[in-house]
Design a protein. Structure first.
Length: 344
């Protein structure tokens, strides 16, 4: 389990569920996962925030509810052709009753907005992050500058960062419980899936590209670009998992800002936790400048991060940004969406 700063370890929803006898089986950077029974899990999205593989000693109020509601939105309103690990989507042919199972615990009601009941897919998930890009940037851009390749795809030369590609490309990476994921090419992904799972999930990847394009075209109408996104799931079962198209798994930008940035040759302003990431990149640490110089497996480095004071101005800016992207995409404020679309 991920080690958390002491002031974000305790969570009211987590404490309540533990008191009801549920077992905490996973504590990630943002989500806590409990076992309900042999087939079913309960995931609680917290308000924790992480940068450079460290969980910071602060919370982004409402973040967990926004991640949960956005996942619900995409799966119910835009991407309807793919099954997900959400229990209601698999068994009840719809997500509006998604919280029915969680409501069996009377004290969970105040936290329903951050809870998802899911099928346990342990062992069936692809051992990769499934990343799709309609714009060239992020962690593959340096490799592209050196080789003209991104994720095994040969691209046009001299493309500027964040330029739009003719079609989305698949650029997978490994999954790392601690530390950094490693970018690999699509060929390596297929080889490993054949070796580990005995399958060649080309149809699965095509379905995910189609899902990304559905979301991309939808967001475009809202004047938002989804530069890239990360999916998780099972090519063996053709099932999506984890969060879908949230500010934690995707890069959202305003179209006008992207156009201005491309003209000026600079990065656009990402609608996520970017301001805190930029702050973290300038923090002076025992190992140099920037939190990324630290090792999340080093106890002294963990203690250093735990004692940082994240500026409140940046925290409030991220809170506002998460609410803004939610309203732009869904057309509703969070509480309205929860009441009208999630039956809360």
């Amino acid at each position: 389990m991920v080690k958390l700063p002491s002031n974000v370890q305790k969570n009211a929803a987590t404490e309540y569920l533990l008191s009801q006898g549920l077992t905490l089986i996973s504590q990630g950077k943002v989500r806590n996962t409990f076992r309900i029974d042999d087939e079913t899990l309960l995931v609680v999205a917290t308000d924790r925030i992480s940068i450079f593989d460290f969980v910071l000693p602060t919370l982004i109020q409402g973040k967990g509810e926004i991640l949960t509601a956005l996942t619900h939105f995409w799966l119910t309103e835009v991407i309807k052709g793919l099954a997900s690990h959400l229990v209601s989507s698999r068994k009840n042919n719809g997500l509006n009753a998604i919280h029915d199972f969680a409501e069996k615990y009377p004290g969970i009601k105040p936290y329903l907005g951050r809870c998802l009941v899911i099928e346990d897919l342990t062992g069936a998930l692809d051992p990769f992050e499934l990343i799709f890009r309609h714009h060239l940037g992020g962690s593959v851009f340096k490799k592209y500058q050196e080789t003209g390749m991104a994720g095994g795809h040969k691209l046009e030369p001299h493309l500027p960062q964040w330029s739009k590609l003719p079609i989305p490309i698949f650029t997978p990476s490994t999954k790392a419980e601690v530390g950094h994921d490693v970018n690999v090419d699509a060929k390596y992904y297929y080889q490993e899936m054949q070796e580990q799972k005995g399958i060649h999930p080309k149809d699965w990847i095509d379905k995910l590209i189609n899902a990304y394009m559905l979301a991309y075209q939808y967001a475009l109408k809202k004047r938002i670009l989804i530069l890239d996104t990360k999916f998780e799931g099972s090519g063996e079962l053709n099932v999506l998992a984890d969060e879908i198209l949230t500010p934690d798994s995707s890069r959202f930008v305003d179209i006008a800002d992207w156009e201005d940035a491309m003209s000026a040759g600079k990065n656009p302003r990402f609608m996520d936790k970017e301001v805190i990431r930029q702050w973290g990149a300038k923090v002076v640490t025992p190992m140099g400048t920037g939190i990324k110089t630290l090792n999340p497996e080093n106890e002294e480095h963990l203690n250093f991060v735990e004692n940082l004071d994240v500026p409140e101005t940046y925290i409030n800016q991220v809170i506002s940004t998460y609410h803004l992207i939610f309203k732009k995409l869904t057309g509703k404020a969070l509480i309205t969406y929860q009441q009208e679309n999630m039956g809360m």
